[in-house]
Design a protein around this ligand. Sequence first.
Ligand code: HEC
Length: 139
Amino acid sequence: MIRSRLPLFTALVSSALALAACGEDPLFGPPTESVCPPDSTLTYENFGQPFMEDYCTRCHSSELTGADRNGAPSFHDFDTVFGIRAVSEHIDETTASGPAATNDSMPPDGDTPSLEERQQLGEWIACDMPTDADLAAAR
Ligand code: HEC
């Protein structure tokens, strides 16, 4: 009896610890409610790509596997605009700043973006993450 229940008990204790860890420093904040100004000039090439290269792709890159990801989850790869667009809500809720919230759980260590850069990230996401070509086509 005791023997058979031990694995369940261990599982419960470890999930309780995982929940406690989340409670202390939540990964996701609220949506920033950022808006896209009609004259926004931010593109993947002039903002999104350098932002991700400065702060994110040393963990979140399709070129990294296993321990080299430093724990960054699969399918959260920000070395292409497609990878960013796929999880943009989660990027907003961890990294961007806007009228409703400033979210700063990412990056977890190292160089961190300035408040202005986090606001630009919110804006670029709110504008649907255009590339140079998208912006040129829209004009
Ligand atoms: C040092 C490595 C590292 C860097 C740099 C980093 N992350 Fe992360 N990221 C992680 C880890 C580890 C997790 C998983 C955290 C967890 O589950 O508690 C994560 C989780 C995330 C998630 C949530 C994924 C999910 O579960 O849905 C998002 C979104 C994210 N990161 C975005 C970013 C962005 C944007 C940047 C750059 C500003 C960034 N990260 C920089 C390691 C990193």
